[in-house]
Design a protein. Structure first.
Length: 503
């Protein structure tokens, strides 16, 4: 991989799915740039399009297909590469989509650039053969072109890149899509399942970086397809993470987000005794990155002693801890490895030890055999814990999972009614959480200008529209001080007070 393309070859990456997929796409972009390719927005013309797909729901599958078709329509002769979870789960179906040249599952991402190189070289050889044949006016020209001009390397061999078996999984396009009933505008923390008009790649390229430190999952939650497409749990070494964070800090990034499919199961690959807490302590000690944010953690992994690390102001006061249900009976059916009491203890202690901490969560309503009593237990626990943000999902069966085969499926009207009660509770709690900070001064990391207003995030998950910023400069990637004045939508309107003093 030492050679650069002989001419400026452009590429574009777009991403569907979780923060781990976003981290993978950032790595792909970095490697492509280092190899001499020139990056473009996904909405622009490019020589190579890379679509990093999602399959956590049927919506992810369908959205992935739409992005693939979008790239093919924009430039039919471009090299179209499909990777990610949908490519891992169902590579043969992906390879049959119009325009697709290469299909690489998650384990094939490491070889992605090399595969692109090989394909481009083969296509160049084909072009040379066709040119020579044309010049010589050979009678077999048409036959030669048809024989050598077909797409090469459509799918990596399944035994080298495919974890599951798509042959045993069928998909019904008419099934209802599981998705939050209250999607958020806080994109850095939201799984991106819908198709955007603009590309998602590198939106926060010098503001925050998704740092994948763990991949895969050994759990088998009965509603989840992710372990099938991500494989077993494995982690990076602490030394390699520290080195990468140091480089990102020198490059001007303001925040890293530690991500993983099962982040709480992080154990350094060179020492299983070193867990997530040891990693965070090393980052605080050995790097100068201004902000460290931790993405979703499973309650069964959470160690209360980790909370002491959040006494350092560089740690963002935000935890995403999926509750899913407040009923122990339903948690057992989901194969979740914690109880409602354990979950309550974690949230209570986090709020006690970290003033102003934001706790966000996921809740599934209408899981098979969920009774009225089960739901009331969920509602009462959510009411008690007052989450800053709740992502409310109505259960929808994902074929290939155990929950899809369970008896006692809940009627849609019951799911909808239960969901509505949780949504109303969320609206109340979200407002109360943001309201407590009005009149205070907060550090806001500016990320983008939207509808004529600069906006960004506080460390504790509050979106702030900052008024009064001088117009003579761009403010993205800058940390400013703002007075929080008024509630707006799912955020707060603030007024610029000045730059954050240097440490």
């Amino acid at each position: 991989m030492s050679e650069h393309p002989r001419q400026a070859t452009t590429f574009a990456v777009t991403t569907l799915g979780c923060k781990v997929n976003q981290a993978d796409s950032e790595t792909i972009s970095d490697q492509m740039n280092a190899a001499g390719f020139i990056q473009r927005d996904f909405t622009e013309n490019a020589d190579v399009y890379i679509v990093n797909t999602c399959t956590v729901t049927h919506l992810g599958d369908r959205s992935s297909r739409q992005l693939i078709a979008q790239a093919h329509r924009r430039r039919p002769d471009a090299l179209l590469v499909v990777t990610g979870c949908y490519a891992e789960l169902n590579p043969q179906a992906v390879s049959r989509l119009p325009g697709v040249d290469l299909v690489l599952g998650n384990s094939g991402k490491d070889d992605l650039i090399e595969r692109i190189r090989i394909h481009m070289q083969e296509q160049a050889s084909v072009s040379e053969v066709e040119a020579e044949a044309s010049e010589e006016n050979e009678a077999t020209d048409h036959q030669t072109t048809q024989t050598t001009g077909r797409r090469s390397l459509p799918v990596l061999p399944l035994d080298t890149q495919h974890i599951g078996s798509d042959g045993g999984i069928s998909f019904d396009a008419t099934e209802e899509e599981p998705q939050p009933d209250n999607p958020s505008r806080l994109t850095p923390f939201e799984p991106q399942r819908a198709i955007p008009e603009q590309a998602r790649e590198r939106v926060f390229s010098r503001t925050r970086v998704q740092m994948k430190v763990q991949d895969g999952c050994d759990n088998r939650c009965t509603y989840c397809i992710v372990p099938t497409v991500r494989g077993k749990s494995r982690s990076r070494s602490i030394a390699s993470v520290v080195e990468q964070v140091q480089r990102k800090a020198r490059a001007g990034f303001q925040e890293i987000v530690l991500t993983g499919i099962h982040l709480g199961d992080y154990h350094s690959d060179d020492d299983e005794k070193q867990d997530l807490g040891v990693l965070i302590a090393a980052l605080l000690r050995e790097t100068e990155i201004p902000r460290i944010r931790v993405s979703s953690l499973e309650p069964e992994d959470f160690q209360l002693e980790w909370l002491e690390l959040w006494q350092d102001p560089r740690m963002c006061r935000h935890f995403h801890l999926p509750m899913q249900s407040g009923s122990d009976a339903i948690l057992r059916k989901m194969a979740r490895r914690y109880t409602s009491d354990r979950y309550r203890t974690i949230i209570t202690e986090a709020k006690r030890l970290i003033p102003g901490v934001a706790i966000s969560t996921d809740i599934i309503t209408g899981f098979p055999a969920e009774t009225d009593e089960d739901f009331e237990q969920t509602y009462e626990l959510a009411k008690e814990l007052e989450f800053a943000k709740s992502h409310v999902f109505r259960f929808s069966p994902r074929q290939g999972t155990a929950a899809a085969r369970m008896k006692g499926q809940i009627k849609d009207e019951i799911k909808k009614a239960r969901s509505q009660r949780l949504l109303e509770l969320h609206d109340e709690h979200s407002r109360l959480f943001r309201q407590q900070f009005l009149g205070q001064t907060a550090a806001v990391l500016i990320e983008q200008r939207k509808h004529g207003v600069w906006e960004g995030l506080t460390d504790n998950y509050v979106r702030v529209e900052v008024q009064g910023l001088p117009e003579e400069q761009a403010w993205d990637h800058t940390v400013v001080q703002a007075r929080l004045d008024t509630l707006v939508d799912d955020g707060v309107q603030g007024f610029y007070l000045g730059l954050l003093p240097s440490r």
